[in-house]
Design a binder for this molecule. Sequence first.
Ligand SMILES: [Fe+2]
Length: 181
Amino acid sequence: MTREEALVLMKSKLRNKNLQKHTIATEACMRFLARHFGEDEELWGLAGLLHDLDYEETAKDASKHGLVGAQMLEEIGIDERIIHAVKAHAEHVEAQSNMDKAIFAVDPLTGLIVAATLMHPTKKLANVDTQFVMKRFKEKSFAAGANRNNIRTCENLGLPLEEFITICLKAMKSVADDLGL
Ligand SMILES: [Fe+2]
């Protein structure tokens, strides 16, 4: 599956623009992390773009989130490693590969970075730096939905939190126009 095909599929399943942006942010972070680790950038990018395909469909039954999406991807015969990552990001299976671990930690971080940007005086990603995000990370009540423990699992990849945030921030800046930030 090409990136363009994945984008069309994602947009056909997710109507909410913020959700679309979330998957684009996740894709960008996954690509930058793959590059950092010398892994398959296309594969990791696709996993990011497709990880929440069922989000709207499972809105009324969150326990199925990740499973329905994995099923959709199985039906189109996508790479097994992506299917595993989709299940792992919603904790249906254990995160095993680096790609599984990366998407699990990235998922909540994208939300924290968006929320931090919106409270920055300029509201522009370009002006947000790692220290600004680190400060917001430490404020427990800020964007409380962005699970700090899950973000911290970047350490399972051997990435200290600050470095993880730096890579993902750079990634999200590269798609700032798409994110409207
Ligand atoms: Fe997500």
